[in-house]
Ligand binder design. Structure first.
Ligand SMILES: [Zn+2]
Length: 419
């Protein structure tokens, strides 16, 4: 029965895909293609596993079932620039916990450097500024930037921010699932003993981190922060902020999504919200699907969401194949839902404050944008929604590049004053 359902699911999804393509107007497709090929497309959130840029995940060969990013597919999808993410999962706030987070994070920095200085240096450069993203685009090259996800990586050591800046980090997400020493998470970690709130916003250390980020020229990232913590970051920051991968509560009320109050604060701060192609933050997941996911996770020994971030390579592959099967029976959101979140932000705070992220390799990927090779479909959908070329250019990259330039300008002012 399950097999029959699965086969039916595949047939239906193929028919649906055929139907969608058949409905597209060739003139619109050509126009979208022209726009997509000329503008800078920038995805602000792609995760990397611990074996990234090694023989088991070399990024040279095209997409394997468990991966959503590699260089040939990035070229195929004409995605120009990406933030690769140095993510560390939240653990205990002890010296041992901090040391593990730091060493885990350094593995990922080294992997990104291997990609851009050795394995793929002909195709992709490590960009440290908006100018370098633009130059790479002019030279017909891809660019990778580095973002940090979870301020737990510094433990309580502020000096590490300088080290990470030198290693190339250009945004810094304060939190993940679970509170840390910098502030409160939008989703407390019960296993680690979190209360609903701990700091009631940014902690004193969190405020010092924010000042240090502003001084160095690293973008503060509010994704995963609780509402109070996010509002503290946005209101206290001397430079614009981003939400590197967040959707909005106005379309789907989820604790990871942003409230209108946060949106208005971001507008005032001249920041950007990068909507994310993450099914569970785009729309409500049916109970049957939640159940199917729970059963599959249990069979792989995954107890809760925290375990998902510490899976071994083999389990990760099995998990991703399991999710692909479940998605055949219970399709994920499609691009029109992602566009609903974009439209909402544009309506509330304007087209200068919205961007795009995938969260590929980190749970992201939806119908129509399942891996980097599908990136053109996003531009096509934007055009079909009525966005102009200039607006699509802003949404796909210019807004984020503007934030990077402003963050850099404010940091340079600080450095000059210090001299
Ligand atoms: Zn995340």
């Amino acid at each position: 029965m399950i097999n029959m359902c699965r086969i039916l699911g595949v047939v239906l999804s193929l028919l649906f895909a055929y139907d969608v393509m058949a409905q597209k107007n060739p003139t619109v497709i050509n126009k979208a293609r022209k726009i997509h090929n000329s503008i800078i497309t920038l995805d602000t959130h792609i995760d990397i596993p611990y074996d990234f840029a090694t023989s088991s995940y070399n990024t040279i060969t095209k997409i394997k079932p468990a991966h959503q990013f590699d260089i040939p597919s990035m070229i195929l999808g004409n995605l120009d620039s990406i933030f690769l993410v140095v993510f560390v999962s939240q653990g205990p706030r002890t010296q041992t916990g901090y040391a593990k987070a730091l060493s885990d994070g350094l593995i990922k920095f080294r992997a990104i450097h291997r990609l851009t200085t050795a394995i793929q240096k002909k195709n992709i450069v490590l960009a440290l500024s908006a100018e370098q993203v633009r130059n790479a685009h002019k030279d017909g090259k891809k660019s990778a930037l580095i973002g940090i996800e979870n301020g737990y990586i510094i433990g309580t050591d502020l000096s590490l921010i300088n080290k990470f800046y030198k290693l190339g980090a250009r945004y810094f997400g304060f939190l993940h699932f679970g509170h840390n020493d910098l502030g409160d998470s939008s989703v407390p970690n019960i296993q680690l003993g979190d209360a609903q709130e701990e700091h009631f916003g940014l902690s004193q250390l969190g405020k010092e981190v924010l000042r240090t980020l502003n001084n160095h020229g690293i973008i503060p990232d509010i994704s995963h922060s609780s509402k109070k913590t996010a509002l503290d970051i946005v209101n206290l920051s001397r430079s614009p902020v981003i939400a590197s991968h967040s959707n909005v509560q106005g379309i789907y009320n989820h604790p990871r999504n942003l409230s209108d109050e946060e949106l208005f604060a971001i507008k005032k701060n001249n920041g950007v919200v990068q909507v994310v192609a993450y099914d569970a933050y785009l729309k409500n997941i049916p109970e049957e699907k939640k159940m199917a996911i729970a059963i599959m996770q249990k069979s792989l020994g995954i107890g809760n969401y925290q375990d998902l971030y510490d899976l071994g390579q083999d389990t990760l592959k099995e998990y991703q194949l399991g999710m692909a099967n479940i998605n055949q029976n219970f399709p994920s959101a499609d691009l029109s839902v992602l566009l609903d979140h974009i439209d909402y932000i544009v309506e509330k705070i304007g087209v200068d404050h919205v961007g795009i992220s995938s969260d590929f390799n980190g749970g992201g990927g939806i119908k129509g944008w399942e891996n980097v090779a599908d990136t053109f479909n996003v531009t096509l959908e934007l055009l079909e929604r009525g966005y102009s070329e200039n607006e699509i250019e802003k949404i796909w990259g210019e807004n984020t590049l503007r934030v990077m330039e402003e963050v850099n300008r404010i940091s340079l002012m600080h450095k000059r004053q210090k001299r």
